[in-house]
Design a protein around this ligand. Structure first.
Ligand SMILES: NC(=O)c1ccc[n+]([C@@H]2O[C@H](COP(=O)([O-])OP(=O)(O)OC[C@H]3O[C@@H](n4cnc5c(N)ncnc54)[C@H](O)[C@@H]3O)[C@@H](O)[C@H]2O)c1
Length: 266
């Protein structure tokens, strides 16, 4: 039997959320999981589920927007073993539009979705270098690639995609890779209020997607596992959309532009 504790450590932020929990579960086969979240109760439930599935997982409660908390989190993660992977997954959006945005919501959106990820990288920078083959995966969004609402969150995610390239370029010399993933619409707790307001929200969203299946948290987790794996050893500085084709386009517009029924299907 494998000694779970001899596995390298993967720090997964936002691990109590749906995508974070799926990433933690996926990586648990190859890593000891440092599961990080601000929501202590939800994190404890996630870690219990991971352990019940045979994972070596440790809960680290942390507000990633607070620098003192980050330093404490990094120390706790490093005590678990060599940290070789950081998955910056925690995120969330406040302001829906520029009109409704305030200085306060702008600061919160930038702080959680951009600054926290970079500060988390800085807190674990030395550990990731010392691990010899450190890998960072930043969970961005299609909102960082196009205009889909939530402008401050989107600006932060676009910044996160740039920051991913900056890490790849500056830290490649240490054997460290950094990539981003841009999920499309994934049905998670983050959508709860919108689904309550409009139970048809996912069907409406799907109408814009070329591929008629929305990604699940497990699809994002599979992409993260690939980017961490030796199969991706020469992939760094990229942003991989896991978005059922949304960032490639929506079929309705070429249908209008060409007037071709080919876009309607056979
Ligand atoms: N669900 C989607 O449609 C979708 C689409 C594109 C990108 N994403 C991105 O995927 C990631 C995960 O999203 P999700 O849908 O699973 O959301 P979620 O709300 O289920 O999970 C987010 C987690 O982050 C945690 N968190 C929030 N603020 C924190 C803080 N200050 N410190 C520590 N933890 C904090 C929350 O407690 C929560 O557990 C986010 O970065 C999100 O922007 C999601």
């Amino acid at each position: 039997m494998t000694d779970q504790t001899s596995k390298p450590v993967a720090v997964v932020t936002g691990a109590a959320g749906d995508i974070g929990a799926a990433i933690a579960a996926e990586l648990a086969a190859s890593h000891s999981i440092a599961a990080v979240d601000i929501d202590e109760a939800a994190l404890s439930a996630t870690v219990s589920r991971l352990r019940a599935g045979g994972a070596h997982a440790t809960a680290i409660t942390c507000d990633l927007t607070k620098t003192d908390d980050l330093a404490r989190m990094a120390d706790a993660a490093k005590r678990l073993g060599p940290v070789t992977a950081l998955i910056n997954n925690a995120g969330g959006a406040e302001a829906l539009t520029l009109h409704s945005m305030t200085a306060r919501t702008l600061a919160r959106d930038l702080s959680l979705n951009l600054e926290a990820a970079l500060n988390c990288f800085k807190a674990l920078e030395r550990a990731l270098i010392e691990g010899g083959s450190g890998t960072v995966v930043n969970i961005a969004s299609v909102n960082g690639l196009g205009t889909f609402g939530h402008p401050a969150y989107s600006a932060a995610k676009a910044g996160l995609i740039h920051a991913t390239k900056a890490i790849a370029v500056e830290y490649g010399k240490y054997g460290l890779r950094a990539n981003a993933i841009a999920p499309g619409t994934v049905k998670t707790q983050a959508w709860k209020a919108r689904e309550e307001a409009n139970p048809g929200v996912f069907d409406e969203a799907l109408a814009w997607y070329p591929f008629k299946t929305l990604p699940e948290p497990e699809d994002i987790a599979a992409a993260a596992a690939f980017l961490l794996s030796p199969a991706a050893r020469c992939i760094t500085g990229v942003c991989l959309p896991v978005d059922s084709g949304l960032s490639a386009g929506s079929p309705g517009l070429p249908r209008t532009f060409t007037q071709s029924p080919d876009f309607d299907g056979l």
